[in-house]
Design a protein around this ligand. Structure first.
Ligand code: NAD
Ligand code: IPM
Ligand code: MN
Length: 371
């Protein structure tokens, strides 16, 4: 039997609560489908800092590099507000992304019909919504140098972050966008701010060139990222794939989350380039939401973003398409049945906690796998 090695990094806050539901899914898919998943847990974020003074240890970083896929919960929280910048919980996630080479971050925003009322927009604007934000994840202002606070010695300081993109970084994310669009509705919208940023000018130029050379079958348009944010709430269904840089992608995907009803609904996949010899790509799957300190430890978190991230793992790392479809159908069925965590609660529905939501989805998933 194939064995598939997973590294689970639950992290902080609601991360471990959500990850517990993934462990139930792993047991289910192994039992019902002989999937051969072997998982081990390691620390990341504040919990790793507390244990060994770094947001991820070198040993755990090696485990992540060697795993077939990594599942990540969430990191951060007020407990670690005072720790040195280099060791803050979020640094663990950034190191994983950078060292694993995870340049392509897929953030699908799908509005399940049962949740159209939970969106902050009118039903007709979001019902049936299925868009994909493709966020560049290893470049831009997150990683550009210099990045520092300089003491100017006159009672003033200067904070510096640097936005940098090189041609190859834009080319590979553009290709990823066009390839994804080919499997969807064939449309890519590229967002930057070429009116104020040099990286925006280059981004626009490179995306246009890749399109002209290699993807004439795909429809491409360009938007300034601020106007793109506006269009995303004005009429989100006009989009198919949105490709954008690291920082704009971070913000636009949180906005897109609310179109689907809750930040607790949005999964993501972070993918590296295929290995030239084996064709395998490093990958990490994580919900878009954070550690939600306001509800952590109370069993209130919506585990669907984490569970749907597991479905993306089945699809993108293991080509287990039928199983991924079954899991997504299980989520839809449970929502249709009116089962809701607090963040997506609606009149006439039944409110449950994290574990009960997970159990319901796992049971529906098992039924579909067994059928
Ligand atoms: P957050 O995403 O943690 O929470 C924002 C709001 O959404 C909160 O009210 C929270 O209760 C709610 N929410 C989030 N996920 C939910 C879920 N699954 N179910 C129900 N409600 C949910 O963002 P924040 O409060 O700005 O950040 C808290 C911490 O998380 C910070 O330290 C931040 O850096 C970190 N963070 C981590 C990640 C990550 O690990 N990938 C992502 C974003 C933020
Ligand atoms: C996300 C988060 C991260 C980011 C933080 C926690 C570093 O907000 O994954 O969206 O800014 O990329
Ligand atoms: Mn974010």
């Amino acid at each position: 039997m194939t064995t598939r090695k997973l590294l689970l990094l639950p992290g902080d806050g609601i991360g471990p609560e959500a990850m517990a539901e993934v462990e139930k899914l792993i047991a289910a898919i192994n039992e019902e489908a002989g999937a051969g998943f072997e998982s081990e847990r390691a620390l990341v974020g504040g919990s790793a800092y507390d244990a060994h003074g770094a947001a991820i240890s070198d040993a755990d970083m090696t485990l992540a590099m060697d795993a077939d896929a990594v599942l990540f919960g969430a990191v951060g929280g007020p407990k670690w507000d005072g720790v040195p910048y280099e060791s803050r919980p979020e640094a663990g996630l950034l190191r994983l992304r950078k060292d694993m080479g995870l340049f392509a971050n897929l953030r699908p925003a799908i509005c399940y019909p049962a949740l159209a009322e939970a969106s902050s927009l009118k039903r007709e604007l979001v019902d049936g919504l299925d868009i994909l934000i493709l966020r560049e994840l290893t470049g831009g202002v997150y990683f550009g140098e210099p990045k520092e606070i300089i003491d100017l010695g006159n009672g003033q300081k200067r904070g510096v972050d640097t936005q940098v993109y090189e041609t190859y970084e834009i080319e590979r994310i553009a290709r990823a966008a066009f390839e994804l669009a080919r499997t969807r509705r064939g449309k890519v919208t590229s967002m930057e701010k070429r009116n104020v940023m040099k990286t925006g000018v280059l981004w626009n130029e490179v995306v246009t060139a890749v399109h002209g050379r290699e993807y004439p079958d795909i429809a491409l348009d360009h938007m300034l990222a601020d106007a793109g944010g506006m269009k995303l709430v004005q009429n989100p269904k006009q989009f198919d794939v949105i490709v954008t840089d690291n920082l704009f992608g971070d913000m636009l995907s949180d906005i897109a989350a609310m179109l689907t009803g809750s930040l607790g609904m949005l999964p993501s996949a972070s993918l590296g380039a295929p290995d030239e010899v084996t064709g395998k790509r490093r990958a990490l799957y994580e919900p878009v939401h954070g550690s939600a300190p306001d509800i952590a430890g109370q069993g209130l978190a919506n585990p669907i973003a984490m569970i749907a991230s597991f479905a993306m793992m089945l699809r993108y790392s293991f080509e287990m398409v039928a199983e991924a479809d079954a899991l997504e159908a299980a989520i839809a069925a449970i929502l249709d049945a009116g089962t809701r965590t607090g963040d997506i609660m609606a009149p006439g529905c039944r409110q449950v906690g994290t574990a009960e939501m997970g159990d319901a989805i796992v049971a529906a998933f098992r039924e579909r796998l067994a059928a």
